[in-house]
Design a protein around this ligand. Structure first.
Ligand SMILES: [Fe+2]
Ligand SMILES: [Fe+2]
Length: 169
């Protein structure tokens, strides 16, 4: 087994990504159930990107000869049902990921001189920065436009369903 520190940190990263994936899918289900399709889909799309981070980290663990640890969520999925609180959770999570991965990008070189793993952490940090920006924009829009912002999304769905009905008759 090569680079034990890298393998340890990659597996911790996998656990953090798994939590984000589960929590974002939970938000997706709740929002979709209420008809807020745009925000629901943003959470789903980003959840899929977190899943791809899990894949990239897992591939690296295996490349280094380690074992992939799956299914160890660092904490439970929170049953948050207020859209603003969901976005706050997401922004805090992305901020933490950016800080943690930036630190680990340095640690893997200090401990194991592992430039490959450093490169991977750096790449994922850029993704998390983009995620933060997307969530922040949604949060600010919700603050600016209030409930109207979500009502508009619910109306869009009704319009779409209504139009389908009309075209069939
Ligand atoms: Fe991620
Ligand atoms: Fe993210």
């Amino acid at each position: 087994m090569r680079n034990p520190k890298s393998i340890e940190l990659l597996n911790r990263a996998i656990a953090e990504e798994e939590l984000a994936l589960h929590q974002y899918m939970y938000f997706h289900f709740i929002l979709s159930d209420r008809g807020y399709d745009l925000l629901a889909n943003i959470f789903k799309r980003i959840a899929i990107e977190e899943m791809k981070h899990i894949e990239a980290f897992a591939e690296r663990v295996l490349f280094l000869g380690g074992e992939v640890e799956l299914g160890k969520l660092p904490k439970e999925v929170e049953k948050i049902d207020d859209p603003k609180e969901m976005l706050k959770w997401a922004m805090a999570s992305e901020t933490e990921a950016i800080e943690t991965y930036s630190k680990w990008a340095i640690d893997v070189v200090t401990h194991d001189r592992d430039l490959g793993t450093q490169e991977l952490f750096k790449k994922v940090v850029m993704d998390e920065e983009r995620h933060f920006e997307i969530f922040e924009t949604e949060f600010l829009n919700l603050q600016k436009f209030g409930d109207q912002y979500l009502a508009q999304q619910a109306m869009e769905r009704s319009r779409r369903i209504g139009n389908i009905g009309t075209s069939q008759t």
